[in-house]
Design a protein around this ligand. Structure first.
Ligand SMILES: *Cc1c(COP(=O)(O)O)cnc(C)c1O
Length: 230
């Protein structure tokens, strides 16, 4: 089966537009990240040719390989689990790291970005469902973590990210998205210097419309664009 990436992107944009209409938001408030993990560089180039400019990757080595292969100017977000000893490879290549869930990782990002005289944009990943199998700070720990990371000079916290528990019934997922938005609002209200809660990264192929209805500003969509992964 061949994948028609341009058509898939078009269909997703229509679904984004309709979801925005339903809840009175502007489609420009929602950015689509094409999650290209485990997909070859030529599919990314196809997506870029179809007008997609923002891509998300989950594995450091794979990302670095593709980053080198692709000369088309695209923007990259890192969305996967990140070990501190691999942060140096991401330095200066990613616009936003979605998966910061502990201070030691933030400290290393700060150090690496400081070394090139830049500031790293990050999101705090929150394990909203408190699932054992998933990364993320627990909702109760987010405030303390944000306050600590906010003191690092070469990091800017831009918001929160979550990967909520999977449900076939999307109405079961909605409360998790809502919880993330409410947590962001609570932290925003604390007015912590250098901390923004404007970005909410939530929603994947099967649930991005619900995430948009609940306030997502970044949706991370892989399968619906590039097809099933191996
Ligand atoms: C793989 C991945 C996605 C994309 O998932 P799809 O179901 O293929 O859309 C989104 N977010 C994260 C963190 C991922 O690892």
């Amino acid at each position: 089966m061949t994948i028609d990436i341009a058509t898939n992107l078009h269909t997703i944009q229509q679904r984004i537009d309709r979801a925005c209409q339903r809840c009175g938001r502007e489609p420009q408030q929602v950015s689509l990240i094409a999650v290209s993990k485990k997909k070859p560089a030529d599919l990314i180039i196809q997506a870029a040719a179809a007008g997609q400019s923002l891509f998300g990757e989950s594995y450091v080595q794979e990302f670095i390989d593709k980053h080198q292969q692709i000369s088309t100017p695209v923007r990259w977000h890192f969305i996967g689990a990140l070990q501190s000893n691999k942060v140096k490879y991401l330095r200066g290549t990613t616009e936003l790291i979605h998966s910061v869930d502990r201070y030691s990782l933030a400290k290393e990002i700060n150090k690496q970005w400081a070394a090139i005289g830049q500031t790293a944009n990050i999101l705090i990943q929150v394990n909203v469902g408190a699932e054992q199998s998933k990364a993320g700070a627990t909702p109760e720990n987010v405030e303390e973590l944000v306050r600590k990371i906010a003191n690092l000079a070469n990091i800017r916290i831009q918001g929160l990210m979550a990967l909520p528990p999977y449900h076939d019934d999307l109405e079961q997922v909605r409360p998790w998205f809502r919880q993330l938005r409410q947590l962001a609002q609570r932290i925003e209200a604390l007015d912590i210097p250098q901390v923004s809660m404007a970005t909410l990264s939530m929603g994947m192929s099967h649930d991005f419309e619900i995430a948009i209805e609940e306030g997502a500003t970044l949706i991370r969509v892989g399968t619906a664009i590039f097809g099933e992964r191996e």
